[in-house]
Design a protein around this ligand. Structure first.
Ligand code: ATP
Length: 250
């Protein structure tokens, strides 16, 4: 569904992305993994057209993303950034309603309300809908940002470290929600630092290191002790628990 071809980006003489070519399969969860500074966020931003590459291109359903008009692209692709700045004197429902903007250009209808109400329930925010964002905990605010993103109802949803600030229960719930939306036809690219969430929920993994694709493939092919130890330059042991690989590092 998403194809990046030979993306290269250099900033102040440093190569941030070096001929990165990746395929994101439709209707699957792709995890983007790799050490700090590997280029994961930059790749996600480039795919979403928030950062412009020096060379190479990004195709969405075989069409260059440069050919999409802004609102059209927002209906096809949404992104949760790590650095989302949000106005604190905004209520949760208002923030989530902003997600509908590409569909309604600010003219909110009853069908938008239905989407917003559903997403508020999905993210356990219904009881907090009238609360101002600056009264929320970090995890509640993260869930509000996720809810806005899901309310956008794009086909491809890019999430940069969505588990930030979420407790174990909400992290698990988010990944279940992601799987539920895959069942409704969505495609996800999710930056994950916790390899065990990738093992459990990703169908496909792209591993990045030093601005390059280190490895990419089915989750089972990437869950290899040698490969992951080399990727993170630290010993990683893989054990099977209930048939699923778990990565241990200590
Ligand atoms: N605007 C910028 N100017 C200079 N360097 C940048 C800029 N943006 C990113 N970089 C550098 O590019 C590299 C990749 O950054 P990026 O945020 O994409 O990595 P990441 O894999 O998402 O890391 P993390 O896991 O720490 O979030 C880093 O070395 C970073 O310092």
């Amino acid at each position: 569904m998403i194809r990046a071809v030979d993306l290269t980006l250099t900033i102040s003489g440093h190569t941030i992305l070096n001929k990165v070519s990746v395929d994101v399969p439709k209707n699957k969860v792709t995890a983007l993994i790799g050490p700090n500074g590997a280029g994961k966020s930059t790749l996600l931003h480039t795919i979403a057209r928030l950062t412009k590459q020096d060379s190479g291109q990004v195709l969405l359903d075989n069409r260059s993303i440069t050919d999409f008009e802004n609102k059209e692209l927002a209906r096809h692709m949404s992104i949760l950034r790590q650095d989302s700045a949000i106005g604190s004197r905004l209520k949760v429902r208002d923030l989530v309603s902003f997600g509908r903007y590409p569909h309604n250009q600010g003219r909110h209808s009853a069908s938008d309300d239905l989407v917003v109400d559903k997403v508020l329930v999905d993210f356990e925010l219904d009881a907090l809908a009238e609360r101002f964002l600056d009264t929320l905990s970090g995890g509640q605010r993260q869930r509000a940002l996720l809810a806005m993103n899901f309310a956008q109802d794009a086909e491809a949803i890019l999430l940069d470290e969505p588990l930030n600030n979420l407790d174990l229960s909400h992290a698990r719930q988010l990944m279940h929600t992601v799987k539920h939306y895959v069942g409704r036809g969505k495609t996800f690219v999710v930056v994950l630092h916790d390899l065990n969430y990738a093992a459990r929920y990703a169908d496909h993994i792209i591993a990045m290191k030093q601005g390059e694709v280190f490895a990419a493939g089915d989750t089972s092919s990437i869950f290899n002790e040698g490969l992951l130890s080399d990727l993170y330059e630290t010993p990683i042991e893989i054990v099977k628990v209930n048939g699923l690989p778990m990565a241990l590092s200590y």
